[in-house]
Design a protein around this ligand. Structure first.
Ligand SMILES: [Zn+2]
Length: 234
């Protein structure tokens, strides 16, 4: 008896929490079926969170359920928060430009995008700031069905590109950015920045002993130029 009364009290409390008598009846039915067992603690919540528009959501009503229809759009998104957590990130406040193609298919909308952005970071060798162009493409199907079998679905006549773009950008960022491929880094003893050794830098040849070779190179070029002209004249 005591146990039954306890369940009744819980039921009464539960009922007062609901304003709608219809809901209360449903809840009472469920509780009634489990009298004696632990009262259900599960709070009903929609499986899919409510849709809201963001800079990443794109209306697609004009291509929905129209196989063969195609639209192109450009999105320019100012980042509310940075993308990436590593040595290179696309900073908060910077712009993502996305060229979009939206194609209507029988079972959904195929979204193809080209993303342009600029990541910033620090050279992993010499610690100089580096700026890294981010250019990538993505393609995803947004299904009309809300079935969980599909990674992405059309919601309220919109596609939400945020998870797609975010993942694509973050995965494209280098783990160890360098200011240039041959950056020699810092001197392990002094901590000073090492310069590229002169003999490795082919753009600057200051040794006078190479002067004769440079002359030879020029002469050689002249010969080939002359030969080229001669060929054209024939
Ligand atoms: Zn460097």
């Amino acid at each position: 008896m005591r146990e039954g009364r306890g369940a009744g009290t819980a039921l009464t409390l539960g009922l007062t929490a609901f304003a709608s008598p219809t809901v209360a009846v449903i809840v009472a039915g469920r509780v009634g079926a489990t009298v004696g067992a632990t009262p259900p603690a599960r709070v009903d919540s929609p499986a899919v969170p409510a849709f809201r528009t963001t800079p990443y959501t794109v209306p697609v009503h004009d291509v929905m359920h129209r196989p063969g229809e195609m639209r192109e759009r450009e999105l320019v998104i100012t980042l509310a928060e940075r993308l990436g957590e590593g040595a290179a990130t696309v900073p908060q406040g910077s712009e993502l430009t996305i060229d979009l193609r939206l194609e209507g298919l029988h079972d959904g909308i195929l979204v193809t995008g080209e993303v342009d952005a600029t990541a910033v970071g620090e050279c992993g060798r010499c610690l100089d700031p580096v700026s890294i162009p981010v250019e990538l493409e993505f393609q995803e199907l947004f299904a009309y069905s809300l079935d969980e079998a599909f990674d992405y679905s059309v919601r309220d006549d919109h596609v939400d590109l945020e998870p797609v773009v975010r993942d694509a950008v973050v995965l494209s960022l280098p783990f160890q950015p360098v200011c240039r491929p041959d950056c020699p880094g810092l001197d392990p003893v002094t901590g000073e920045k090492l310069e590229v050794a002169p003999e490795q830098d082919q753009r600057v040849v200051t040794d006078p002993r190479w002067a004769a070779l440079q002359g030879f190179q020029a002469a050689h070029d002249d010969v080939s130029d002359a030969a080229g002209v001669e060929r054209e004249e024939r």
